[in-house]
Design a protein around this ligand. Structure first.
Ligand SMILES: Cc1cc2nc3c(=O)[nH]c(=O)nc-3n(C[C@H](O)[C@H](O)[C@H](O)COP(=O)(O)OP(=O)(O)OC[C@H]3O[C@@H](n4cnc5c(N)ncnc54)[C@H](O)[C@@H]3O)c2cc1C
Length: 454
């Protein structure tokens, strides 16, 4: 831990993910003393590197970065890390309601009418999202109406064919790891707007899935933590936060820490599990009860070679037919090893998180084989991460707002409560839900606290 001149910590940070570590780094740069309390025995939170038997490094958590994600790109450059483009050559496969279609531009694989409907819906999303002020989405002209509408109701009113609806569901689940019936249209539009549009959020080249960090995304957090040194305390789950006029006391399993301020840099749903004294205002508490985490199981199978490339496939699949909702080729263009990464998402992920690991593996590999042939059922290695079973994530990729939440409680998302400030990707106004948003949120929270300390 680093101490201020009077022996007191200026700020305690809860959570050593990208948000918490960035906040701590910014505070230290402003000459403030900081302690970061992390529940796990590692840093990086929703990013997690995994080394395969052959030495290749893959991501079991957050993976892709892209243009306009300036903060994460800056850190990658600053730490001298390399990035590799997502492999994207050959035929994509889209399987909706039992029919598999192929095209080198995934959505164009859909039947013409379904594709046209979907493109029209995308156009509407683009028109609507630009009416939303990102710092105050609840002030959008139609905020009340959009927040009372689920994405599913909007889809039913907008898309006619079952194929277009099925494709929209598959795409939505891939992006939000939750079902369209669970979140509001206002939140959906805000999230898309915060990323710069529907093309950006769904895209590979020029989009959110453009590149990955060679060696794994968790490296960024490890490098930040190395810089912070002893200020980062692992295996220190925070259970309670008490505040009064003089400061805060943060009680963790590794002991109690006293500081002037605290930055809680964890998802709202987990922030709601900390005991606060005095209790948080009802509207802040209500918010944390209305941002459930999505659900993902990330599954990676490796092969001696990327045989699907030889067969003319890119490795990309989008489907509403299987437990795996989407698949990507997980190696770069030059790699001689083959790897497929599949995501079980939303309710399938919640259901399958309770199943036996060997049943899950068999079912996932069956799904892979459906698209890439029997060879895909016999990997050299298989690994997975069940994010819903992680106590200190409780799901992934992020917490999403249910209907009525943004207009009812959205104004308290970033509002400090006394000496408590809030960070985490869910609080970002740009690239909310992404690694970039996490970093931005940490910078914002650090600036808030810094301005109170000086
Ligand atoms: C499978 C998967 C795929 C993803 N894909 C992408 C992608 O391709 N691109 C992208 O940009 N993003 C992606 N994301 C999202 C991205 O990983 C997150 O947005 C980002 O890492 C969140 O950072 P954070 O610091 O806000 O939160 P977290 O990473 O969740 O950090 C919070 C930290 O707080 C700790 N913690 C929780 N509760 C407590 C407590 N009570 N006391 C102490 N510590 C606590 C946790 O252990 C954790 O380390 C993905 C996530 C997952 C899981």
């Amino acid at each position: 831990m680093t101490h201020g001149q009077d022996g007191r910590i200026d700020a305690v940070v809860v959570g050593a993910g990208l948000a918490g570590l960035t906040a701590a780094r910014e505070l230290v740069r402003d000459s403030h003393s900081v302690t970061v309390l992390e529940a796990r025995d590692r840093v990086g939170g929703r990013t997690l590197d995994h080394r395969l038997a052959d030495g290749e490094q893959v991501d079991l958590g957050g993976q892709w970065i892209g243009p306009t994600q300036d903060r994460v790109n800056d850190l990658v450059e600053e730490f001298d890390l390399d990035t590799v483009p997502q492999f994207d050559e050959g035929l994509d496969q889209v399987s909706i309601d039992g029919t598999v279609n192929e095209h080198d531009d995934a959505l164009r694989a859909l039947p013409a009418k379904a594709y046209a409907e979907l493109m029209d819906a995308f156009g509407q999303i683009e028109t609507l999202r630009t009416q939303i002020p990102l710092h105050a989405p609840y002030d959008a002209p139609d905020a009340e109406e959009w927040d009372a509408t689920t994405v599913d109701s909007w889809k039913r009113a907008t898309l006619e064919t079952t194929t277009a609806r099925g494709a929209f569901d598959a795409l939505f689940r891939a992006l939000f790891t939750t079902d369209p019936s669970e979140i509001s249209l206002l939140y959906f539009l805000t999230y898309v707007h915060a990323a710069g549009g529907i093309e950006v959020i769904t895209g590979v080249e020029g989009g959110a899935q453009e590149r990955r960090i060679e060696g794994g995304a968790q490296q960024v957090s490890r490098l930040l933590a190395t810089e912070l040194g002893e200020a980062v305390q692992l295996e220190a789950p925070v259970r309670a936060i008490t505040q009064d006029d003089s400061g805060v006391t943060v009680e963790s399993d590794a002991g109690a820490y006293t500081g002037a301020y605290v930055i809680v840099a964890i998802p709202p749903a987990l922030a709601g599990r900390i005991a606060y004294d005095p209790p948080l205002p009802a509207r802040r508490d209500a918010l944390t009860q209305r941002m459930p985490m999505g659900a993902t199981i990330k599954c990676i199978a490796t092969y001696e070679d990327p045989f699907w490339r030889t067969d003319g496939y890119s490795g990309f699949v989008l489907t509403n037919d299987d437990i795996v909702g989407f698949i990507f080729d997980d190696m770069d263009a030059e790699s001689t090893t083959g790897a497929l990464v599949g995501f079980i998402v939303s309710n399938e992920a919640r259901t399958w998180s309770e199943r036996d690991a060997s049943d899950r593996r068999e079912r996932v590999l069956d799904d892979f084989a459906r698209y890439f042939g029997g060879q895909a059922a016999n990997p050299v290695e298989y690994t997975e991460q069940v994010w819903s079973n992680e106590a200190w994530s409780a799901g992934c990729y992020a917490g999403n707002m249910t209907p009525g939440t943004m207009t009812g409680y959205g104004d308290v998302l970033r509002e400090p409560q006394g000496r408590i400030h809030w960070a985490g990707t869910e609080t970002a106004t740009q690239w909310c839900g992404y690694m970039d948003g996490a970093i931005r949120s940490g910078e914002r929270a650090a600036a808030e606290v810094s301005s109170r300390l000086t």
